[in-house]
Write a protein that binds this ligand. Structure first.
Ligand SMILES: NC(=O)c1ccc[n+]([C@@H]2O[C@H](COP(=O)([O-])OP(=O)(O)OC[C@H]3O[C@@H](n4cnc5c(N)ncnc54)[C@H](O)[C@@H]3O)[C@@H](O)[C@H]2O)c1
Length: 136
């Protein structure tokens, strides 16, 4: 598949960095989190990455601004994944949160969407994902 539209779910420490790096690599990125407050925190975190990309990677001001302009922010999951070729999940490592998230994601994501997780605990995640999909 030729991925163009990437949704990052969970915009905390890892999710915000994954989202910005993905946008920097010229994908269209949609950031999803549970509410507008969380998204505002994410925007601030991402804005703080710009000077670091300029200093550490030699990125130009235009490049760091264009990356941010390729990002959009949603607290509604169905809107956040409406065009998604790939969803990268970076939500808290809590079984119930992950289970609920994948149950909902399975209902609203288009058929083409590939799901990926940033979890540190792949075995647990795989089981959650398979259980959630079985219940759809
Ligand atoms: N922090 C690390 O160093 C690190 C390293 C490797 C992997 N990870 C993994 O990455 C994932 C995220 O970790 P983090 O440190 O970025 O967490 P974090 O707590 O910084 O961020 C989690 C984000 O998810 C949001 N969230 C909560 N419930 C949600 C839901 N139902 N749907 C969407 N968003 C939701 C929170 O509002 C928050 O913005 C975890 O699975 C963790 O194990 C983290």
């Amino acid at each position: 598949m030729n991925y163009k539209n990437i949704t990052v779910a969970g915009s905390g420490v890892l999710g915000s960095q994954i989202a910005y790096q993905t946008a920097f690599k010229e994908f269209n990125v949609t950031v999803y989190d549970i509410n507008d407050q969380a998204l505002e925190v994410a925007k601030k975190r991402i804005m703080d990455l710009k000077p670091r990309y300029q200093k550490d990677l030699g990125a130009t001001e235009e490049e760091v601004n264009s990356a941010f302009d390729r990002m959009s922010f949603y607290s509604d999951l169905s809107q956040a994944v409406a065009e998604a070729d790939l969803v990268i999940e970076a939500i808290p490592e809590v079984v119930q949160i992950k289970t609920d998230f994948y149950m909902e994601l399975g209902k609203v994501a288009p058929e083409k969407t590939v799901f990926a997780t940033n979890s540190s605990y792949y075995q647990v995640n795989l089981r959650i994902l398979l259980d959630a999909l079985k219940n759809l």
